[in-house]
Design a binder for this molecule. Structure first.
Ligand SMILES: Nc1ncnc2c1ncn2[C@@H]1O[C@H](COP(=O)(O)OP(=O)(O)O)[C@@H](O)[C@H]1O
Ligand SMILES: [Mg+2]
Length: 316
């Protein structure tokens, strides 16, 4: 395996009964990347991350973490990774500090070293002042920051996170993302899963889009963003019926469709189109019943990706 590849999944598959939760997926993560696994609920993200980290045994295929085979050299591989699972519970009747010390013991770190790194991490994650407080008095965001500190205590080279900001308020999620960028800058490769397109966009160098156990595409957030922009729509309804073709002359409109009493305009510039529609309505003395911008969902993106794949002849 080339030196700059730190995670390699080949033909990775997991069956639960007859259902393939993860279906022959293949990808590589390069050293220093933030690599995102983006997909809706049930896509196979958690199953994948559990196979990558040696918690779940694949039905088929294999995983290499740097030079180690996750199944044959599990311990060695685990020594270079930190894991933030989907559900992680620090001991709420212990202080943040005790949780860190306990984690250090689990990793077999010497006590002095544990203390030194724990202090540094808690300081960095703005928890040091609160280190003696019981975790049960922590907010959700503080708890998640502590979980990150615990995962970083062994100074891993690769950090795996399963939906690290899911269920957090906007501010806590922003702090977590900032910290992840910072950790990454300091040299840690990051693999994370998310169902949030915006998060993938904000954080990742590359994104694998996964649906129903299969990878639909691996691309940069910029390309994904371009595609999502092309899927934006403005939907308008007037109080009187109009001929949709009369809107054909509007600039920035790529396609017009009539849906019942509504007219749907495909555009990459919804902000501009809205102004033009308002002008149009004013000019024609039309009343608008509704005017909305429809932002594509992850589902729309998948459908588009699948269509594109079929068109380019690679099959779905
Ligand atoms: N332990 C299990 N037993 C049976 N089915 C499972 C198990 N874990 C996950 N699945 C199924 O595998 C699919 C993928 O689940 P999961 O990996 O948790 O998806 P995600 O994390 O993307 O939401 C789902 O259909 C889920 O119901
Ligand atoms: Mg999951």
């Amino acid at each position: 395996m080339s030196e700059d590849i730190v995670i390699q999944a080949s033909d990775l598959t997991k069956f639960y009964g007859k259902v393939a939760a993860v279906d022959h997926i293949k990808f590589e993560v390069k050293k220093g990347e933030i690599f995102g696994f983006l997909g809706p609920n049930g896509a196979g993200k958690t199953t994948t991350i559990r196979m990558l980290t040696g918690i779940t045994k694949p039905s088929f295929g294999n995983v290499r973490i740097m030079e180690f085979d996750i199944e044959k050299q599990t311990l060695k591989a685990k020594q270079i990774m930190g894991i933030v699972p989907e559900v992680s519970n620090p001991y709420i009747d212990l202080s943040a500090w005790s949780n860190m010390m306990f984690q250090g013991e689990l990793y077999g770190l010497p006590n002095d070293k544990s203390k030194e790194i724990a202090a540094e991490l808690l300081e960095n994650f703005e928890l040091y002042e609160r280190r003696k407080d019981l975790v049960k008095f922590f907010s959700k965001g503080m708890k998640q920051r502590l979980i990150l500190c615990m995962a970083l205590l062994s100074q891993p080279q690769i950090l795996f996170l399963d939906e690290p900001t899911s269920g957090l308020d906007v501010q806590s999620a922003t702090i977590i993302r900032e910290k992840l960028r910072q950790i990454n800058k300091e040299g840690v490769t990051i693999f994370l899963t998310t169902h949030n397109m915006e998060e993938a966009n904000l954080l990742c160098d590359r994104i694998a889009i996964i649906n129903k156990g299969k990878i639909a595409a691996v691309d940069t957030p910029e390309k994904l963003k371009l595609m999502t922009e092309r899927l934006q729509k403005v939907v308008v309804a007037f109080s009187q019926p109009i001929n949709p073709e009369s809107l054909n002359s509007l600039p920035n409109v790529d396609k017009i469709e009539k849906l019942g009493d509504k007219i749907q305009l495909h555009t990459t510039a919804p902000g501009k189109v809205i102004f033009d529609i308002v002008d149009y309505a004013r000019e024609k003395h039309l009343d608008m019943v509704s005017l909305n911008v429809v932002v594509p969902t992850l589902e729309d993106v998948f459908i588009k990706l699948t269509e594109d794949k079929e068109k380019s002849g690679h099959g779905a």
